[in-house]
Design a protein around this ligand. Sequence first.
Ligand code: DGL
Length: 274
Amino acid sequence: MQQGIGIIDSGVGGLTVVKEVIRQLPREKIIYFGDTARCPYGPRPPEEVRKFTFQMVEYLMNYQIKALVIACNTATAVAMQDVVREISIPVIGVIEPGSRTAIKETRTHRVGVIGTTGTIQSGAYENTLKRINPGIEVYSLACPRLVPLVESGDLTSQHTKKVVNESLAPLSDENIDTLILGCTHYPLIADAIQEAVGPGVSLISSADETARELSAVLSYRNMLAEQNGIESPEHRFFTSGSPQAFQKMAEQWLAIPVQVSQVDLETVSNRSTF
Ligand code: DGL
């Protein structure tokens, strides 16, 4: 029997989506993979990101997941279409949900997008926003210094604030009213980002809308966890990096105890599933 929602990211960023999935779909069991050992994906060539993404998907398919959330913008941008073609369960990325929320939120139609170099270079947000509403002006900015900060666990220091301010400075003259956090790591430093852009700019995290989309897809396909199922399912977390560092961040962000296992994807993967 298929069970659980697979959620993948290059590291801890996908935990921002996990938190929303737990809030909106508390009966669903989550099986998470964070490829922390090879994070960041942002500066890597698309072919490599695609390969790493497939290795995570392949690993989670061993757990009979019933749906997959690619909780990584970089992987969604370069690999989502290929993953959809290869597996027969519903696949949800983070770029469409985030774009829809931004379009709903903006009043001036001037929308900023920050993300990794890979996500920004792919043009995925710009294409998606304009496909839905061609009248949106999009101001995109790669912020490659932010993911390493988040992965190091440094979310609130003066150094973090300084790096965030410097990274976002190019957006200050663009007069945006809405800013898409186009990387799932960024909600973890949302306070510093909000301070940098000022209170007049709405920050959009794709986490809420992605969880809502997952909920709608499972409901539509009659795949929601059984009513008489376990009330608090035991989630599983896998990382390719340090389980201790991952556990610390996960428990801090999710405010629940988590068990983390380490998996070396290079040795377990043989791409036999695809
Ligand atoms: N959290 C990821 C994203 O949403 C990836 C960050 C990275 O690995 O560079 O793009």
